[in-house]
Design a protein around this ligand. Structure first.
Ligand code: MN
Length: 262
């Protein structure tokens, strides 16, 4: 097995903020793996649903913080992807073997992944050529992250041994009500139920909220991530950053866009 004679260096991040309980459970479990060292670099504040945001027009700040179990972490001012870039571009001296992002409070299924700071942090790692796992827990309220952390402990050595292809990461979701097993899945179809709410501020100007009920999904599509979680399976989906719609190519070729007069 790779890394047999050296310490495995795991970089942990999380979009729920450096003090989130999901990060605490994950780092605690991974620190117990023999010959493992852990570095934590995560946004200081909750950055859920910021997507693959890159901070370009203001400086990034990094501060060491002490977690509630006494371990140290780095809190940064940017997005989860900024946290990964900061760490990999030189803030962290020791080479990173693998990145685990999470454990997120709430699932990241289907089309959630483009919103998700948890998954986009793993995407940033994939851009750097570092194997990455995004871990999410299927509850917005329950803080029992131990089973999900145990999944990460089992998965990390496999990914280290096998490696991941170029521009590829693993998106892992863990059910809340007990684990029936593990399923390799494809992305399913999410349905969002947000509504636009207009209100008036004290100065008479309108302002807006976009929000609503939690998303649902096509849970009857067997083999998808939404199906797996709905049936209490751990869902593992390999995700690529090469997002060309190959199944649409034959049809759009018939549009002959190359003949548009410009
Ligand atoms: Mn989050």
């Amino acid at each position: 097995m790779k890394n047999k004679h050296k310490t495995t260096h795991i970089l942990i991040t999380n979009d729920d903020g450096v003090h989130a309980p999901g990060i605490l459970a994950l780092q605690s479990a991974l620190r117990r793996v023999p010959n493992t060292s852990v570095t934590i670099m995560a946004p200081a504040e909750n950055q859920s649903a910021v997507g693959h945001r890159k901070t370009m027009h203001k400086p990034l700040r990094v501060n060491p913080v002490t977690l509630s179990d006494g371990n140290t972490a780095f809190a940064c001012s940017g997005s989860p992807a900024d946290a990964i870039a900061l760490a990999l571009m030189g803030f962290v001296n020791d080479p990173v073997d693998i990145i685990v992002s999470g454990i997120n409070q709430g699932p990241n299924l289907g089309q959630d992944i483009t919103y998700s700071g948890t998954v986009t942090a793993a995407m940033e790692a994939a851009l750097f050529g570092i194997p990455a796992i995004a871990m999410s827990f299927d509850s917005f309220t329950e803080q029992t992250f131990e089973e999900a952390a145990a999944v990460a402990v089992k998965l990390v050595p496999v990914v280290l041994e096998k490696g991941l292809p170029d521009l590829t990461l693993l998106n892992v979701n863990v059910p809340c009500a007990g684990i029936k097993g593990i399923r390799l899945t494809r992305q399913g179809r999410r349905h969002y139920h947000d509504v636009l709410i207009e209100r008036i501020d004290p100065f008479g100007r309108p302002y807006y909220w976009i929000g609503g009920e939690q998303p649902t999904g096509d849970i009857d599509e067997v083999g998808t991530d939404v199906w797996a979680i709905a049936n209490d399976y751990v869902s593992i989906t390999p995700i690529r950053l090469e997002m060309t719609a190959r199944n649409f190519m034959p049809e759009i070729e018939e549009w002959h866009l190359e003949n548009l007069e410009i």
